[in-house]
Design a protein around this ligand. Structure first.
Ligand code: PDD
Length: 287
């Protein structure tokens, strides 16, 4: 069945949603995005995603076209208008819009941003069998630009990394820069050593994950020890556990790094517990 999607103020069938070939999102990757998880028709961590969208737009001097209330209303309307959609995510993209001919200079402020939202159905998302077995990752050099805290649609390198992982029969790739892991292809990464959760500190080097913020807060509330610092691939290989977080996979155990088993090679206690806590707590505040 065709989805109903949102494009610039209108709800239309997906095949009728057209964006100009001059749109700067298309020609220059001049756009930012968010993915908000939807479980049982409700939005998870919505406030965090709206706040980060505002920060990304601000960093690129793109006018923020929609306030929180309008964005919430659009998300809810999409859920209403796509009755088969209950679990998955809502993808939101704001580009700098159609400025006519291609130009490196930003267009004048009266060019309206292009706003697109659509649902992506993933039935059974909460019961992803990978959460029970864990996933395998390989490492690749981090060749992305240096403002990874801005959630832009420039995803070619993460896509190449994901393909490298696929070719190596792994599930994902971890980026390494100056000998330290930055993040996963589309997630934040963690190791656990002697009961302590270790994850890279926030900076321009990584995306400030909304799931990361929630999981670290919940870990601290559960009296778990957290250390925010970068770690190496070797440390990950000799850690007791590893895992990643993202809005599309929540908390996902990692059981192999570059062919070496992490811990027992099965999902660890801390990752499993954090996943339980995150799923339980997020459901309570879903909108
Ligand atoms: N990716 N780091 C990167 C590079 C990401 O692309 C993402 C999210 C994260 C995790 O952020 P959050 O917890 O806010 O989802 C970290 C989304 C899910 C995607 O591109 O589909």
């Amino acid at each position: 069945m065709s989805r109903t999607v949102y494009l610039n103020g209108e709800y239309v069938p997906e095949q009728e949603a057209m964006v100009s070939i001059f749109d700067r999102g298309f020609v220059m990757g001049d756009a930012v995005y968010e993915v908000t998880a939807v479980i049982d028709g409700k939005l998870w961590d919505f406030e965090g995603h709206v706040a980060r969208l505002a920060r990304s737009l601000d960093a690129l001097e793109i006018q923020n076209p929609l306030d929180r209330e309008t964005l919430l209303e659009i998300h809810h309307e999409l859920i209403r208008r796509n009755p088969d959609f209950t679990d998955g995510g809502i993808y939101l993209q704001v580009s700098r819009g159609n400025a006519g001919d291609r130009d490196f200079v930003y267009p004048a402020a009266d060019v309206a941003p292009t706003v697109v939202l659509y649902t992506q159905s993933k039935p059974g998302l909460l019961n992803d069998p990978k959460a029970k077995t864990g996933i395998k990752v390989i490492s690749v050099p981090d060749l992305r630009w240096h403002r990874r805290d801005i959630k832009t649609v420039q995803l070619l390198y993460p896509s190449m990394a994901k393909m490298a992982a696929k070719k190596a029969k792994a599930d994902d790739a971890w980026f390494v820069e100056d000998g330290k892991v930055t993040e996963g292809s589309s997630n934040n990464v963690y190791i656990v050593k002697d009961g302590k959760i270790i994850t890279r500190e926030l900076s321009h080097d990584i995306l400030h994950g909304i799931t990361r913020a929630a999981v670290l807060r919940m870990a601290k509330e559960a009296q778990m020890q957290v250390e925010e610092r970068a770690f190496t691939i070797e440390e990950a290989q000799s850690a007791d556990e590893a895992f990643f977080t993202s809005a599309s996979a929540f908390v996902m155990p990692v059981v192999e790094v570059d062919g070496a088993k992490v811990g027992t090679g099965t999902p660890g206690k801390v990752a499993t517990r954090l996943r339980e806590i995150y799923l339980e707590e997020s459901a309570k505040t879903a909108l």
